[in-house]
Design a protein. Structure first.
Length: 336
């Protein structure tokens, strides 16, 4: 008999796995409780996935039954969802969030480090090593960064991780002196070591080099800029926005657009209306404006939708060499 093919090996191992599974069903698909029946319907009705995911995505921001019912009607009774009956089973904020919370426990070990201990011990007793992570650690402010730092410290303390089990994960070829120093301090160092073709892999290497050698980067300042350890370990300086020296007449200082809460129906409606208004203005023609005056003398510049090259977004009038010189002079004059 010849050697087994890869497909034969896959089939043999697959049949063994299914034999060991037997009649057991993953909790997520267990029809003995409502979430299992819901997932079965979702898997069979692809058009239900998007409204269901949208509904669950905004659920944390909904605080009362009226808001939940309003969103349920909007998502599930628009004529495209095959599950309009879901609206009738959303009687209260408590019941809906309780149901979603029950599903979440299938995928999340616990809300806090202490509440996760029972499930983590169960995994260990079953002979399953595990990796613990805290959800939502993407931060956009110092306050959030401090909160997640404290959460991780609390997690390590709760799990009673001994010092010898700490490890620092670092990139292969990066920061070798730092790795050796950590090992001398008794810490374990785990290196991420990529394997692959060298020349195509240069794109990966360049990204890593740029990340680790930026002008303000720790490695660059420590080993090329020769900054002192005291300076490197000092508290970060707070960013202070430079004041405007002067404001151009009719302009306002730049500020970021505040985040839009799409859980609010009025916000979604305004966004749709803005898209419709922008769509109605497609293919319009716009002049060149120099020093407050309109010019339509140059060759037109046609802008198209990259996703639909045949669709013209708008046409802008080009300018002549003389108008370009005029524009530069006007800009210099405006600068004073």
């Amino acid at each position: 008999m010849g050697a087994e093919s890869a497909q034969d090996i896959v089939r043999t191992k697959g049949l063994e796995i299914f034999r060991l599974i037997g009649a057991e069903t993953p909790a997520l698909f267990d029809r003995g409780w409502w979430a299992g029946r819901m997932m079965e319907r979702v898997m069979r009705e692809p058009s239900l996935k998007v409204p269901l995911f949208r509904f669950v995505d905004v659920l944390p921001a909904l605080n009362d039954s009226r808001q939940i019912a309003r969103h349920a009607r909007e998502y599930f009774t628009d004529g495209t969802s095959p599950l309009p009956w879901i609206v009738s089973i959303l009687p209260s904020t408590y019941l809906v969030k309780k149901g979603v919370t029950r599903v979440s426990r299938t995928f999340i070990a616990g809300e806090t480090p202490r509440s996760a201990l029972k499930n983590l011990r169960r995994l260990w007793d079953e002979g399953k090593p595990f990796t613990v992570d805290i959800l939502g650690e993407a931060v956009v402010s110092e306050a959030e960064a401090d909160r997640y730092r404290d959460l991780y410290l609390r997690l390590v303390d709760t799990l009673k991780v001994p010092r010898e089990r700490y490890e620092f994960q670092m990139l292969y070829g990066m920061g070798e002196p730092i790795k050796r120093a950590l090992m001398k301090m008794g810490f374990r160092v785990r290196e991420y070591a990529p394997i692959g073709e060298l020349l195509p892999g240069m794109a990966y290497l360049v990204r890593r080099l740029l990340e680790n050698s930026s002008n303000e980067g720790f490695l660059q300042r420590a080993f090329l800029g020769h900054a002192s350890p005291e300076d490197l370990l000092a508290e970060p300086e707070r960013y202070v926005e430079a004041p405007y020296e002067r404001e151009v007449a009719g302009s306002v200082p730049f500020s970021n657009e505040p985040a839009a809460d799409f859980a609010i129906r009025e916000t979604r409606t305004a966004f749709r209306n803005a898209l419709t208004e922008a769509g109605n203005r497609m293919s319009e023609s716009y002049p060149a404006v120099i020093d407050g005056k309109e010019y339509r003398q140059g060759e037109p510049i046609v802008s198209v939708d990259p996703a639909r090259p045949r669709e013209v977004v708008g046409t802008v009038s080009g300018i002549t060499r003389e108008l370009a010189d005029h524009a530069v002079q006007a800009a210099r004059a405006a600068q004073g």
